[in-house]
Write a protein that binds this ligand. Structure first.
Ligand code: HEM
Length: 513
């Protein structure tokens, strides 16, 4: 008879079944004698296996690899002229925050230092409900028409046959969709390989609408600037770390917080009136463009601090469900079509990934009381007791209107099927300024090198030359230098329509319809 191991609990916890019954021999299944088959009566063992079989939930279809932490957001400057959101009603107001950083294209086991944009998703728990800022570390994005998103993502993931990442597929998409070039220039600079997850800035990218109590709104872009500055790796260091320590980002975030060195960001906004938007050179709803800081300076708003590691990664980070549609009165989405699509896509994927009651999971549950007529469904932890599940005259719910009316903000009129991806010279101005004015010589050298080591894997000369012609449309020097680095002949710039043909932002109209 083997001797039974005896443990003394240090925190008062005793081993039980999932129904709370104590189990005397946890490491042994019930069986007939020492050699016989197992017993169906052994709930502990069957429950153990059955639960194990169901431990995995779907990983995020994008942004699967991540790291996260908790902390707080504090309002440091008064912006009540911009928004009536309760959080921003007073300097000193604080909200508990949960942040998840991520890479985009790789699976949940992929390397943290991959060349990729980084996700920077923030959940702020306010008295008026959750405010999620689901941002990236780049101020622009690859697309301005959301219909392209799933196709674009497919090309950055694995080939359906080889199940390998594929340089032809990658550049084939990007070269055919040149509005991506601004983001491509950022991605292939060293900003595409940040030093870990938390030495980087964060940007809304999208334009939001901040609405004040008088009902007036501003278009707003949000910036989170890392205190102490951002840090990046060069291509070779990032590549080496991907092999040596694929979890570098998770580890460095955890260790910085654990050692009392919490990362923090200064949060600012750029603002634009609707009238300014009509005169702005670029379309305010075009996610491939930035707003020049000289014209639209940063106005500080608050501070984000991450000072608390999760106690349980799965419960507090993996199950976190961020969505741009989780917002509060005073902060509205703009009509940016990519943002509009995201308003649908995130809660849709949460229902698939976490279940219909995903907002009842502790990490997602708002601190604001929830009362509505949603009931039941899988895992309905907060099923709202005996309260009626319709608007009953006997026990009605009060309705609280927003302090403003958005109906008069914008009037939209136009033909269906507008081509949002129409390419003009305007699409090359900002990437050109990045190359000629923002980058220094080292940045330029690194961009050429980083593209060269990637694009030399392309098998199709047609794809390679098409992408070189996109670079040449930014600046012939870029194409020439990349071509030289990979030993091919350079190409002429892609021919594009004049800037005057770009779709301008004219949709704003008051009381005209
Ligand atoms: C994650 C869709 C564009 C930032 C996701 C997820 C989906 C998605 C389905 C997985 C969410 C989950 O499983 O919880 C889309 C679509 C887009 C789009 C359809 C365009 C049409 C963008 C843009 C940004 C962005 C432009 C940033 C400005 C993020 C972030 C995450 C994410 C940060 C990770 C959230 C987390 O950590 O849980 N996206 N996305 N996405 N997306 Fe997007």
């Amino acid at each position: 008879m083997p001797s039974k191991q005896v443990f003394e609990s240090k925190d008062g916890a005793t081993y039980t079944t999932s129904t709370g019954a104590p189990v005397g021999v946890p490491y042994a299944a019930q069986r007939v004698g020492f050699q016989g088959p197992l017993l169906l009566q052994d709930f502990h063992h069957i429950d153990l296996l059955a639960h194990f079989d169901r431990e995995r939930i779907p990983e995020r279809v994008v942004h699967a690899k991540g790291a996260g932490a908790h902390g707080y957001f504090e309002v440091t400057h008064d912006i009540s002229d911009l928004t009536c959101a309760q959080l921003f009603s007073k300097v000193g107001n604080k909200a508990r925050a949960t942040v998840r950083f991520s890479t985009v294209g790789g699976e949940s086991g992929s390397a943290d230092t991959a060349r990729d944009p980084r996700g920077f998703a923030i959940k702020l728990r306010t008295e008026e409900g959750n405010l999620d800022w689901v941002f990236n570390n780049t101020p622009v994005f690859f697309i301005r028409d959301p219909a392209k998103f799933p196709h674009f993502i497919h090309t950055q993931k694995r080939d359906p046959q080889t199940h390998l990442k594929d340089a032809d597929m990658f550049w084939d998409y990007l070269s055919q969709n040149p509005e991506s070039i601004h983001q491509v220039m950022i991605l292939f600079s060293d900003r595409g390989t940040p030093d870990g997850y938390h030495h980087m800035h964060g940007y809304s990218g999208h334009t939001f609408k901040f609405v004040n109590k008088d009902g007036n709104f501003h278009y707003v872009q949000v910036h989170l600037i890392k205190d102490g500055g951002a840090k990046t790796f060069d291509n070779e260091t990032a590549g080496k770390l991907a092999g040596d320590n694929p979890d570098y980002g998770i580890q460095s975030l955890f260790e910085d917080i654990e050692s009392g060195n919490p990362p923090s960001w200064t949060v600012s906004v750029q603002t634009m009136t609707p009238e300014q938007a009509e005169k702005f050179r670029y379309n305010v709803l075009d996610l491939t463009k930035v707003w020049p800081h000289k014209e639209f300076p940063l106005r500080p708003v608050g501070k984000l601090v991450l000072n608390e590691n999760p106690q349980n990664y799965f419960a507090e980070i993996e199950q976190a469900a961020f969505s741009p549609s989780h917002t509060v009165p005073g902060i509205e989405p703009s009509a940016d079509p990519v943002l509009q699509s995201r308003l649908f896509s995130y809660p849709d994927t949460h229902r698939h990934r976490l279940g219909t009651n995903y907002n009842q999971l502790p990490v997602n549950a708002p601190i604001a009381p929830v009362a509505n007529f949603q009931r039941d469904g899988s895992m309905a932890f907060n099923n709202q007791g005996a309260r009626p599940n319709y608007q009953s005259s006997i026990l009605p719910l009060a309705y609280k209107e927003k302090p403003y009316n958005v109906i008069k903000h914008e009037t939209w009129l136009g033909a269906a099927n507008a081509d949002l991806s129409y390419i003009t010279e305007l699409d090359f101005e900002q990437p050109r300024a990045l190359w000629q004015k923002v980058f220094n010589n080292t940045d330029r050298e690194h961009l050429v090198h980083n593209v060269a080591v990637h694009i030399k894997g392309v098998r199709s000369a047609e794809v390679r030359d098409r992408q070189l012609s996109v670079f040449a449309a930014v600046d012939q020097d870029i194409a020439d230098r990349i071509a030289q680095a990979i030993g091919v002949s350079t190409v002429k710039p892609l021919q594009v329509k004049p800037a005057a043909e770009a779709v301008r932002f004219k949709a704003y109209a008051t009381d005209q319809a």
